[in-house]
Design a protein around this ligand. Structure first.
Ligand code: PAF
Length: 282
């Protein structure tokens, strides 16, 4: 696996790959601290594509001023091994100046209407940063497919809208959430949790399972589903709910009645660590 540091190198790699007849280029954008969730994205890309790039860039513009940019876990050597063993052909790991040559005075991409919902409402500017960096990566790598985890379900909705609005030729592929054996959705931020907080964090997946089982029993009313999830959180008062939401996955607008494809999403603080989880109802 080759390590690329500049946009030009990534573009040259992609154009050479494109010249191979029948090529399908896959990109797995990440912020590093790779775990089993990322490994599943790399594997999905390897199966679906002839050429696979993994990008590793802790994107400063998607962190708020009081968020964890400085202490976000960084593990370059382990990330290289995971990407290589998943079958990535190249790892794109640019310095900050390479993607933001004009610093904070850069051009930004906004996705109005979606970018300020769910996580975007709690983390103003977050999706503007995500959309901007992913647009840069897609313009440089010109992938046929880009792979993201469903754990960041609102992010996927924002990126699908961005790709549609900018008429980019990349398909956004969303892969299932990977969970630890006890149900906790795997996240780089789980590394911040103490053993006690790790146990408390299971409340998120418990709430998800409760909503799924109520839907399976025939409950469809958003109000009832959200109330049931809130009850699960009531048993763990140390956790502060950020939001519990039942929304249409493509618009992120609240719905009154769950239907196939409706997104139930949770965000909550365990100590100072903000965790998210969700399910797409069927
Ligand atoms: O999902 C993430 O890890 C990040 O938001 C992404 C898509 C790599 C953009 O920095």
């Amino acid at each position: 696996m080759k390590i690329l540091r500049t946009v030009d190198e990534l573009r040259r790699w992609s154009r050479a790959a494109r010249s191979t007849p029948g090529s399908i280029i896959g990109l797995v954008p990440t912020m590093g601290a790779l775990h089993a969730g990322h490994a599943s994205l790399v594997r999905a890309a390897r199966v679906a594509c002839t050429h696979v790039a993994v990008s590793l860039f802790v994107n400063p513009t998607q962190f708020g001023p009081h968020e964890d940019y400085a202490r976000y876990p960084r593990s370059f050597d382990a990330d290289c091994s995971l990407a290589a063993s998943g079958g990535a052909d190249v790892l794109f790991a640019p310095p900050v100046e390479e993607l933001y040559p004009n610093g904070p005075a850069s051009t930004f991409v906004e996705v109005p209407g979606l970018g300020d919902r769910l996580d975007g409402a709690s983390r103003p500017g977050h999706f503007r940063g995500v959309a901007t960096v992913v647009a840069k990566l897609l313009l440089a790598a010109e992938p046929d497919r880009a792979f993201f985890g469903q754990k960041d379900a609102a992010q996927s909705a924002v990126l699908r809208r961005m790709v549609a609005d900018l008429r980019l030729a990349t398909e956004i592929v969303v892969c299932p959430i990977v969970r630890d054996s006890d149900g906790l959705a795997i996240s780089s931020r789980n590394a911040y949790l103490s053993p006690v907080q790790r146990a408390q964090a299971l409340t998120l997946s418990r709430a998800i399972r409760r909503v799924e089982s109520l839907v399976a029993e025939g409950e469809r009313r958003a109000e009832a589903l959200i109330a049931a999830a809130r009850e699960i959180f009531a048993a763990e008062p140390q956790i502060r709910i950020d939001f519990l939401a039942l929304v249409d996955w493509s618009t992120l607008l609240p719905v009154e009645t769950a239907a196939p494809g409706t997104l139930f999403a949770v965000a909550a603080f365990v100590g100072s660590t903000r965790l998210i989880d969700n399910t797409i109802l069927n």
